[in-house]
Design a binder for this molecule. Structure first.
Ligand code: ZN
Ligand code: ZN
Length: 53
């Protein structure tokens, strides 16, 4: 069965794909950095920070 696990990015709330540590190439690259926000582009992730109008 597919095992869901949280993305390795500290600021990412997405679920990493089975076998992957990160949900996207962006997080894979930014995972080692300490960012306050995630820009992976997934819906519902870091979107609230840019919620205007
Ligand atoms: Zn994210
Ligand atoms: Zn992610």
């Amino acid at each position: 069965m597919a095992k869901e696990k949280k993305c390795g990015h500290p600021a990412c709330n997405c679920t990493a794909l089975n076998g992957d540590k990160y949900c996207s190439p962006y997080c894979h690259d930014a995972g080692k950095l300490t960012e306050l926000a995630c820009n992976c582009g997934h819906e519902g992730c870091a979107e609230e920070m840019a919620h205007e109008g």
